[in-house]
Design a binder for this molecule. Structure first.
Ligand code: AMP
Length: 282
């Protein structure tokens, strides 16, 4: 496995693959890898000939009061896990390499319809995400990029960016990988104490409760949202930021829930912010 830290190094390393018309499959991450990230690598290997992973904690997508400085990082561990799983090239740039002149002057703007859910609680977040992903796409120039359902609003926006700005890149989505008890895997789970982890479990349980209620015939988005919120409110250690049932294409709340609808939630436990979502019909 190759490790590149510069943009020019990545381009050079991938020139040969491109000349041989190999399909490059790309998995962007912020590192501190877990089974969720590695499942994206498995998917990338199935759909591509060369698998590229980026590991970059992107300062642009963190708000001033968020966890950029303490975000967990362990490059050696990540490299071992990625190599064992079949990643061919890791791109791990520094912030100076990615943003040579400091704060970039031209950035992408997330559309108005993204300013809810994550967009409402993390102002500037999607601008940072779209800008870094556009840069990474231009550096790696993959045929396909793989994202996780866990960050559902993110892949919806990135897919839309590719359509609207003519990136010739297919966006694939892979299912959320969970701990055996249902907690969605996240690099941020390491912040949780044993007690907090117990509280955090209510997030997936609340979404599951709404999915089960839907399976039993409930179609009213308001009722399904209230069910999920009610489960999370059982634990005072959990502060709910939002619970929303949305259409996966428009991100708007439909008048009636359907199999495709996504119920998404964000909550904080102590100083840790966690998100999760489920598709009702699955
Ligand atoms: P991150 O490193 O958190 O920015 O995540 C990098 C990629 O991994 C994103 O496409 C995430 O959606 C995906 N991802 C994170 N957690 C999970 C999970 N539990 N299951 C599946 N994909 C995930």
């Amino acid at each position: 496995m190759l490790v590149e830290t510069t943009r020019s190094g990545v381009r050079r390393a991938l020139d040969a693959a491109r000349a041989e018309r190999k399909r490059i499959a790309f998995v962007p991450t912020m590192g501190y890898l877990h089974e969720g990230h590695l499942s994206l690598v498995d998917h990338a290997r199935r759909v591509g000939d060369v698998v590229v992973m980026s590991i970059f904690v992107n300062p642009l997508q963190f708000g001033p009061t968020e966890d950029f400085a303490r975000y967990p990082r362990d490059f050696d561990r990540d490299a071992a896990l990625a190599g064992a799983r079949g990643v061919d090239l890791i791109f791990a740039p520094s912030a100076e390499e990615m943003y040579d002149a400091g704060q970039p002057k031209v950035t992408l703007v997330a559309p108005q319809w993204a300013r809810r859910l994550e967009g409402e609680f993390r102002p500037g977040h999607f601008e940072g995400v779209l800008t870094v992903v556009a840069k990474l796409f231009n550096i790696v120039q993959p045929a396909v990029a793989v994202f996780g359902q866990k960050d559902f609003q993110q892949f919806v926006l990135i897919r839309r960016m590719c359509t609207d700005l003519d990136f010739p890149i297919r966006i694939d989505v892979a299912p959320t990988i969970r701990e055996p008890d249902g907690l969605a895997m996240s690099s941020r789970n390491v912040y949780l104490s044993a007690e907090q982890r117990h509280s955090a479990l209510l997030i997936s349980q609340s979404l599951r409760a709404a999915v089960d209620q839907y399976a039993r015939g409930q179609r009213d988005p308001g009722v399904l949202q209230a069910t999920a919120r009610g489960v999370m409110q059982q634990d005072a250690a959990l502060t709910v930021q939002y619970v929303e049932l949305v259409d996966p294409h428009t991100l708007e709340t439909p008048t009636e829930a359907s199999n495709e609808s996504v119920i998404a939630a964000a909550a904080t436990v102590g100083t840790t912010r966690l998100i999760d979502n489920m598709i009702l019909g699955r």
